[in-house]
Ligand binder design. Sequence first.
Ligand code: NMX
Ligand code: MLT
Length: 435
Amino acid sequence: MEYIKNRFYEKAMKNMADLQKLRKEHGDVVLGQVTIDQVLSGMKGIPALLTETSKLDANEGIRFRGFSLPELQDKLPKLDEAGEPLPEGLFYLMMIGEIPEKEDVINISKDWATRAHVPQHVFDVIDALPKNSRPMTQFSTAILSMAYDSVFQKAYRAGVNKKFYWDFMYEDVMTLIARLPRIAAYIYRRIYHNGNHIEPNPNLDWAGNLAHMMGFDSTEVKRLLRLYMVIHADHEGGNVSAHATHLVGSALSNAYYAYTAGMVGLAGPLHGFANQEVMDWISEMLEQIGTDEPSDSQIAAYIEKTLVQGRVVPGYGHAVLRITDPRFTVQQKFAEKYIVNDKLINTVNAIYRVAPPILEATGKIKNPWPNVDAFSGALLNHYGITESNFYTVLFGVSRSLGVMASLVFDRFYGLPIERPNSQTLEWFLEKAGIT
Ligand code: NMX
Ligand code: MLT
């Protein structure tokens, strides 16, 4: 829809002068020092990326254009006041930097509904994969198969002036996001419901339609998926999925290529796959202990055992956060509002009581608190979305909102190809004076 594109242009244009001045006149300002430990610990804490959509504070959690999650739950437009914010509104906020009116959000819903048609070959590509291949493999392959009709790629090959790249990228981004619920739901119904697919309802919002096509039409599941899509959407630029998307996009790869790169990164167990790992770890624990209502001491013993085995406790720890992830808390509150006495949720809450002091006592885990993945599976499971190996796909659908909004900014700002410098071990040893 032209409206959001024009608003984006006006807003982003205002930043362009600042960005150009920054680079031209202040490019030599020193931002800090880089230590050997930072390089060897995964570049932690090095300010190396320009990302507008959200900012993560270690002691406060994520803020989208300055707004915390509870603030967004209050301020972003909802379908009805008792419900959860629409992810369309969060996308608008990330792109434009302002809380949208309800009308803006409805316009995005309609825009995405008009773009949501998925070409038949995408379903054929999915169907060609073994039914038991991982849902994230099916999802990433489906996305990649859509790259052939990238308008950005066509424009580039036709020799369009680089100042218009963002415009074509925007078109691809909007189409890609619009198609994701149908693709995700198709994979879900293919694997777990014998290919008994459910047609989209163009009158539903983006997340509501996802719930509908997966086979869940209750108000509560729609609310949960709207919330889920909001809280997983973005986590500043340095996380693996956002960074991979940005990196691949920096080679002027189209949105389908770049987002696929992000998704294969999200599929890793230390990132988005942790939401399945949490469920597997809990099931394994309950099976070994022999109860679905474990005591705190039984949980503590199982955590100790996991650590002794040299494994991670999934859902705990974070590369940046040093507190309980506000995304965990938001989900915990959703459960408190709607759910009475669910054994799995009780276990998740018990792990939250027990795990942090044990993890802290190791002396090496920098953040003993739970992250977003510690709660999400139990909530989905409560509502009958029990197939945990699908959970990372849901994370991925949501993550499209942030990483794709950022890709439009990348092309608007004309950010160059990303190409950091690498060094050999010998070089680092020399720098440290150990030769
Ligand atoms: N259980 C056991 N050990 C841990 C944990 C954990 N939950 N978290 C960190 N450690 C270990 C880590 O493996 C490392 O060990 P070593 O020195 O032997 O290599 C040590 O503690 C220091 O790691 P940190 O600096 O605290 O964490 P880092 O920034 O390297 O990693 C995570 C961050 C999130 C990858 C890590 O905390 C982890 O593996 N957590 C479990 C997996 C998980 O929940 N991932 C989801 C993250 C959120 N998301 O959705 O992406
Ligand atoms: C995320 O949402 O991307 C994760 O919490 C990982 C991160 O921020 O590094």
